[in-house]
Ligand binder design. Structure first.
Ligand code: ADP
Length: 628
């Protein structure tokens, strides 16, 4: 420290930075230069902190200076002169505070982090920097010399001017300063002159500090349009304002479907404002369910820390946009710390519960909204079912299905299904395929339709991976109607007249001979009403839709063998029995059998080539037209 003199009267003291500080400054200037704009975020964030402190102090301290002053941040620039001034009416600093705060690295670990940053220079993205407050010193990215004039809000305080070129020393002198607070001024380096443009300042403020809780003025103009909405209670929120905020943070062009304000105090303290978009985000549409890199914004004490914080929500819920603001993390946390912090784990757990409760309430109180939501995000709920075991029960209640008893685009829940099923029905039935129309036309449905038994119609490709994993609901097993082991015995088709064994057995035998290795077995059906045959899977076989999906993912998967069920009360089957009695070598019998089998395959989308099918069809038409 050395004493110089200023105008011969007021002493100017010169101080030396600690060695560590020099290294830090060097790193800031040479490593972070790719994102110089963050200097403004840091200065505003400091000003905002200082304002928060003075706001708090004035609650209890009657004697602070300028108790009535407006709490605000004022920026002014001179585009021609390349000068910049930012001024706040916050707590200010005493001389001791100036030395302690602007002469040393406040946080331990800061330097280590900076060095790590430098080593991985290729990964120096804005997001990474965003998690780390490089603080006041980031200003040296855009200028060669900074002046800080400050006066503490403490009664009887003096003003001080701090000045440094970030080269190893700084000076402090006493000045006259009328108001409390801090004023920081400097001239931009030529390479940073863009920041002396009004539009640029406005842009940066909007990007990083739009929701700072105090007005930020550039000249007369207030730059931050909206204050921290998430700090308000539900009754204080106005829909249009909230939607404007949503569109801003989520980059959506339309309003949100719904929003949820959250306020939690206890083990952790945080406020959140969450949004349900009307439509699925593009990555979900284009890359099926991929929400890997999404998440709400993380604020700590009203300062934006991370734009898309993945750790706030489990992946399947990351389509939810919004802001989470907590008091329980430090502003200077790194991504690793955020990730592994018990605070984050607790916030995630609480948020997940709140969100699922929100869906539940929507389903109950605003079914139309819930439907829109479910159409866009239903697949995501199903993914959650297989990843979030803690909330599995809740997620199962949220599932919605079309069924044989709903219209197209109408839904039933498992609860409703289970409550309205007949007393002697023991199982919950589902049928999976590619579309409602295709499902409704399937012969396997005939029995159920005839008996008035409700069948869930699953046409979402995800369904086949998810629904079987539910196993049972309300102690009722979920079962695919194409499984061979459904018990039809108690509800036999009374109207039908089955073939006697002596006629039936030769039919089954000849079917087996004709189809050979193509099928696992040929058996008498109890489920068919108007179709002659159908294909089902064995007890342990895969549902056909499931098999199709598996094949799409793994093309060399061998096809599982199916069982052909034959409707012995159908005229075609009865006629075949008659033809066998007359002459079992009549080639028309085998042609008809092959055709019936391939027709069933065709219906399921499992017929690979239609050439043989068509020529056989012509053969049969020829025979039919000949006999007339
Ligand atoms: P951080 O803000 O992360 O603590 P900084 O290097 O940005 O680190 O600032 C160091 C300290 O300087 C702050 O903690 C604060 O005490 C003080 N400070 C900075 N700017 C202001 C300001 N505008 N008003 C009052 N104090 C300030």
């Amino acid at each position: 420290m050395s004493n110089n003199s200023n105008n011969g009267t007021v002493p100017v003291q010169e101080f030396e930075y600690k060695a560590e500080m020099k290294q830090l400054l060097d790193l800031i200037v040479h490593s972070l230069y790719t994102h110089p704009e963050i200097y403004l975020r840091e200065l505003i964030s400091n000003a905002s902190d200082a304002l928060s402190k003075v706001r708090f102090n004035s609650l209890t301290d009657q004697d602070i200076i300028d108790r009535e002053a407006e709490l605000a941040v004022r920026i002014s620039i001179d585009t021609a002169e390349l000068t910049f001034v930012i001024e706040d009416s916050g707590v200010g600093m005493t001389e001791e505070e100036l030395i302690a705060n602007l002469g040393t690295v406040a946080k331990s670990g800061t330097l280590g982090f900076m060095q790590a940053l430098k080593e991985q220079q290729k990964e120096l993205d804005g997001n990474l920097i965003g998690q780390f407050g490089v603080g006041f010193y980031s200003v040296f990215m855009v200028t060669d010399e900074v002046t800080v004039e400050t006066r503490s809000a403490k009664p009887g305080s003096d003003g001080f001017r701090w000045r440094s070129s970030g080269q190893g020393t700084y000076t402090i002198e006493k000045i006259d300063k009328a108001e409390r607070g801090t004023k920081i001024s400097f001239k931009f380096k030529e390479s940073s002159k863009e920041f002396a443009e009004e539009y640029r300042v406005e842009q940066i403020v909007k990007k990083y500090s739009n929701f700072v809780d105090f007005p930020i003025y550039l000249g007369e103009k207030q730059l931050n349009s909206i204050t921290a909405l998430w700090q308000r209670s539900k009754s204080e929120l106005k829909d249009d304002e909230v939607n404007e905020f949503y569109k801003f943070i989520a980059n959506d062009y339309q309003d949100a479907l719904d929003y949820l304000p959250v306020s939690v105090e206890g083990m952790v303290t945080f406020k959140a404002l969450l949004f349900l978009p009307k439509e699925a985000p593009p990555e979900m549409l284009y890359r099926q369910g991929d929400l890997e890199n999404r998440g709400p914004q993380l604020y700590v004490k009203k300062v934006l820390i991370q734009q898309e914080c993945r750790d706030l929500l489990p992946e399947y819920l990351r389509f939810i946009a919004g802001v989470v603001d907590t008091e329980d993390l430090s502003l200077n946390v790194s991504r690793e710390v955020v990730q592994s912090s018990p605070v984050m784990a607790k916030i995630r757990q609480i948020l997940t519960g709140k969100i699922l409760g929100w869906f539940e309430t929507l389903a109950k109180e605003q079914p139309e909204k819930f439907k829109t939501f479910y159409k866009a995000f239903g697949p995501v709920i199903k993914i959650g079912l297989n990843t979030d075991y803690t909330n599995r029960e809740k997620l199962i209640e949220l599932l919605r299905f079309e069924s044989t008893k709903t219209g197209a685009d109408e839904y039933v829940t498992l609860k409703e299904y289970s409550e309205r099923m007949g007393a002697d029905q023991k199982e919950i039935y589902y049928h999976s395929g590619s579309s409602r129309a295709q499902l409704l036309a399937h012969p396997n449905l005939e029995y159920f339709q005839n008996k008035g038994i409700e069948v869930l119609l699953l046409s979402d490709p995800v369904d086949v991976f998810v629904i079987p994993s539910i196993h049972e609901y309300d102690k009722k097993p979920l079962k695919s109607i194409e499984k061979a082991d459904i018990d039809f015995s108690s509800q036999k088709n009374e109207a039908a007249e089955p073939l006697p064994e002596n006629l039936l057995n030769p039919v089954l035998k000849l079917f087996r001979e004709t189809l050979g290795e193509g099928v696992e077995d040929v058996i008498e059906s109890h489920r068919l009403v108007s179709s002659p045959v159908t294909l089902v899977s064995g007890k342990d076989g895969l549902d056909s839709q499931m098999e199709k999906m598996m094949k799409m993912m793994k093309s060399d998967m061998p096809a599982g063998k199916r069982i052909l069920e034959v409707n012995t009360s159908h005229p075609i089957i009865r006629n075949l029995a008659g033809m066998i009695m007359a002459n079992e070598n009549n080639p028309l019998i085998r042609t008809a059998m092959k055709q019936l089998y391939e027709g069933a395959l065709l219906l399921e989308g499992g017929l690979d080539s239609t050439t043989a099918f068509l020529s056989r069809m012509n053969e049969l038409i020829e025979a039919a037209t000949l006999s007339r």
